[in-house]
Ligand binder design. Structure first.
Ligand code: EPZ
Length: 427
């Protein structure tokens, strides 16, 4: 087992390079299944979820070759069966993209119910409603979802909730369907646009991605491509929050500043200086943060995937902040961990009231999910004393080289094996 040990209090100075976007990569890799030729994908983050998705494709018969640390060459033409290996698919949420991709390719798919972070109920009714509009039927037996269609035909689909996963899955299923599909009330996240751009680079005809109406004209054939994934908005936002909380001056490189606007706006409200460049943002702070209220919303609103990290820095702000989580039912499980470090937070349903205190104190804590784990890292960086984070497997699902990136800007963070002498001395 591995843990992170962080000694807090260091200011952060220097540069951090942002990796490719996890939530784009985990959709684009399964999307390769739709191609009749080899695809090369660049700027792939080296994280657990990506390695798992690549392994799933390999198990299904694809050839997946790592050309360098961030480039995969995938030949999907040797995949002959639309059945995903259940034991691997349950390991991640995004395995549900195989439903849309395999359905689009073979008119049939069998994928185990997805795993991933636990934020309460995570339904996939909108995905299934969309598949059904395209002409597919589904059944769920023994936690395996089976979808099939005699033929997929374009349809008009109105999503009842704005769902990233349902929007992407429908794009995947509709891209080779006969005729036009219109997805209304679609999600607008940057990774939706990235998936559409990737599919278009293979020969698809998708318009409107990034707005709330996406139009897809089915094509008969999708070919090979070389495509580079967008930078990770949430990884960048996480480091922006870390610098804002710990203080310092860091240039965060390989980002699309437009994707970070809601995060930038909130950090500025807290008194942080954020300067935007073409492909970088510079974050500077040397004072106590102002209190700030946050409401998470689908893009372009404030991302729910940044909610825990922002809450972590507001624990030491000047005044009381209100956090309203409007996307997920239950995304405050990490608050108990912050409380172990002295944070004064009360939770009432989807609201958290964060009373700013002078300092957090290092403690043994757990990463209860991916972004909760990122929040614990930030809390450890801004606390006095030593924080030990357990269950870092969640963090490794989504952050590439987090220890190396933070150490390079002056953080005191180590990954240790447990049991380990360093550990018993540290706690
Ligand atoms: C994606 O999850 C991300 N995961 C999540 O990021 C992110 O929190 C979420 O979008 C919202 O931005 C990936 O991209 C792999 P949704 P997804 O469908 O697609 C409800 C991270 O930390 N809903 O947009 O599963 C649902 O309950 C991860 O990187 C339905 O009701 O989220 C939720 O309240 C964690 N029916 C809301 O919609 C459905 O069929 C948004 O969910 C689907 C969703």
């Amino acid at each position: 087992m591995e843990k992170f040990i962080i000694t807090g209090g260091n200011r952060l100075n220097g540069e951090i390079n942002i990796s490719g976007a996890k939530n784009a990569a985990v959709a684009i890799i399964p999307a390769v299944v739709l191609s009749d030729d080899v695809c090369t994908i660049e700027n792939i983050p080296d994280i657990k979820d990506v390695r798992l998705m690549a392994e799933i494709l390999r198990e299904m018969g694809a050839s997946v070759e790592k050309l360098d640390s961030s480039t995969l060459r995938i030949d999907p033409t040797t995949i002959k069966s639309p059945v995903a290996p259940a034991e691997l698919a349950t390991g991640m949420r995004a395995s549900y993209y195989l439903l849309g991709a395999l359905l689009g390719k073979f008119n049939r798919a069998e994928v185990a119910m997805p795993g991933g972070c636990c934020f309460g109920v995570r339904p996939i009714d909108q995905h299934l409603k969309g598949f059904s509009a395209l002409g597919a039927t589904h059944e769920i037996t023994d936690a395996i979802i089976k979808v099939k269609a005699d033929k997929l035909a374009g349809a008009h689909v109105y999503l009842d909730v704005v769902s990233v996963g349902a929007t992407m899955n429908l794009m995947l299923a509709a891209v080779k369907a006969e005729g036009q599909t219109i997805i209304e009330n679609s999600a607008k996240e940057p990774h939706i646009v990235d998936l559409a751009n990737f599919l278009n680079s293979m020969g698809a005809d998708i318009r409107g991605a990034g707005t709330d109406v996406i139009k897809i004209r089915g094509v008969k054939h999708l070919g090979g491509t070389v495509y580079s994934i967008i930078p990770d908005q949430i990884e960048a936002g996480t480091y922006m929050a870390a610098v804002a909380g710990a203080g310092g001056d860091v240039l965060i490189k390989n980002v699309i500043p437009k994707h970070l606007e809601s995060i930038t706006a909130k950090l500025r409200e807290m008194g942080v200086t954020v300067t935007e460049y073409d492909e970088a943002v510079r974050v500077q702070n040397d004072g106590r943060l102002n209190k700030c209220n946050i409401k998470t919303m689908p893009h372009p609103g404030f991302p729910t995937d940044m909610q825990p990290q922002i809450t972590a820095i507001l624990t030491m702000a000047n005044g009381t902040s209100i956090i309203n989580e409007s996307v997920w039912d239950s995304r405050f499980r990490y608050i108990d961990e912050l409380a172990r470090m002295g944070a004064q937070i009360s939770v009432d349903g989807r609201l958290a009231i964060v009373e700013g205190i002078d300092h957090l104190k290092g403690a043994p804590v757990k990463a209860v999910d991916l972004r909760a784990g990122a929040a614990m890292i930030i809390a450890g960086l801004i606390a006095t004393g030593t924080t030990v984070i357990e269950d870092i497997k969640h963090i490794d699902r989504g952050y590439e080289h987090v220890v190396e990136k933070l150490s390079a800007v002056g953080a005191d963070i180590k990954r240790v094996q447990y049991p380990d002498n360093t550990m018993s001395n540290a706690v």
